[in-house]
Design a protein around this ligand. Sequence first.
Ligand SMILES: NC(=O)c1ccc[n+]([C@@H]2O[C@H](COP(=O)([O-])OP(=O)(O)OC[C@H]3O[C@@H](n4cnc5c(N)ncnc54)[C@H](OP(=O)(O)O)[C@@H]3O)[C@@H](O)[C@H]2O)c1
Length: 440
Amino acid sequence: MAKGGRKTIRIGLLGCGNVGAALSSLLTDPVGQATLIERAGVSVELVAIGVNDLTKRRSDQSWFPSHLLTKDLVGIVAREDVDVIVELLGGIEPAGSLITAALESGKAVVSANKALLAERGVTLERLAESKAVDLAYEAAVAGAIPIIRTLRESLAGEEIYRVMGIVNGTTNFILSKMTAEGLAYDDAIEQAQRLGYAEHDPSADVEGYDAAAKAAILAGLAFDATIGLEQVHCEGITKLRSIDLAYASKMGYSVKLLAIAERRGDGASVRVHPAMLPLSHPLASVDEAMNAVFVEGAASGPIMLYGQGAGGMATASAVLGDLIDVARNQVAGTFRAPPRRHASLAAISMTDLVSEFYLSLDVADEPGVLAKVADVFGSHGVSIRSMEQSGLGDEARLVFLTHAALERDVAATMEALNGLREVDAIGGVIRVVGDEQGDR
Ligand SMILES: NC(=O)c1ccc[n+]([C@@H]2O[C@H](COP(=O)([O-])OP(=O)(O)OC[C@H]3O[C@@H](n4cnc5c(N)ncnc54)[C@H](OP(=O)(O)O)[C@@H]3O)[C@@H](O)[C@H]2O)c1
């Protein structure tokens, strides 16, 4: 039980894919293990690894503990000599049932499973608290970036009014390629898949669902509230065209898929959508597959954390940080109480939000079109901040930036513009975020 006078914390690992295999290596590397014990003051031992397929090759490292692999995941959770379960399976089931069983039997749990935590996190937290054990999930949002701990601990006394994050590396990579190289959306996806940044089926990333799960987790922690996935408005990047990204660059903006959690009075707006950020905004220069989270607090002012949001080793680093924290608590006979989720925040409807907008229209190249289009904007109370016109043979493109306008007024403007004979197509409609002046 004791190594050099220390209690050894025994770990059961569920899943040995990208993250699980990296964590197994970190935990069993003989040199790393010694350093870990010395630096963290805890002794941890990996005692079982649950997988689906025992024939799969997991690692080239000679010390990789293949002898610990088993298909009996329920058995790992039930083992009395296991202190902590690390869940790196992904998906809702069987991960949810296994974590529930682990907590019920008094084992601490570390997980990187954003989908499960967004859906059942609050229930699992309550269960963990009732059993006086830890439930830690730093790796569930933005990989290696320590945003969960920052919100829970460092900013515990802060009145946070907005969190904005680039929390999906796949979409950030695609948008970076479309912007920097003018690639069409399909070509950028193809490149992302070839380089391993996008899955064969990229829909969870490009439709914004992955970012939406992370937005729900971030909003709940930032506002001490229970925020359900159904409260998150979600738009992906599939409708974006490189021509609109090029116009955005020319106008001094960068287009990003943002997860935004904003608090207004007794309400909260939690949403994922593409947004144009002024190039001067710190998030605008977060390119390729990198992630960043920008937090704005009343006393703290702005804070930005930047780093690798995915990748086996980077994510395993966050899991290992949680594991050490949990192991230290177990040695001390304590646990970290879950966040106080006391606020009940009404969801602010998207139609009630106010944003500046970028709009591009393909129109007939004939006299009087601009006046008709401008009239539609005016009659719906949407004021134009700037306009640019370019010719395309028989057609012309009009590109507008609006002043701040209600979403529902902009939607009504779009509908009316669609009905104009002179408007061939509405190209891009992108919200402008981040250059509000004193919007609190
Ligand atoms: N990859 C990243 O960069 C990243 C970043 C942040 C968070 N995460 C999160 O970390 C978790 C793990 O991600 P990953 O990329 O490592 O996933 P992955 O490569 O797909 O690995 C999943 C592992 O779980 C095992 N598994 C899945 N379902 C199982 C079942 N029903 N029974 C037994 N074993 C099962 C698989 O077994 P086999 O190997 O035998 O098939 C595999 O070893 C997910 O929640 C993910 O959202 C990942």
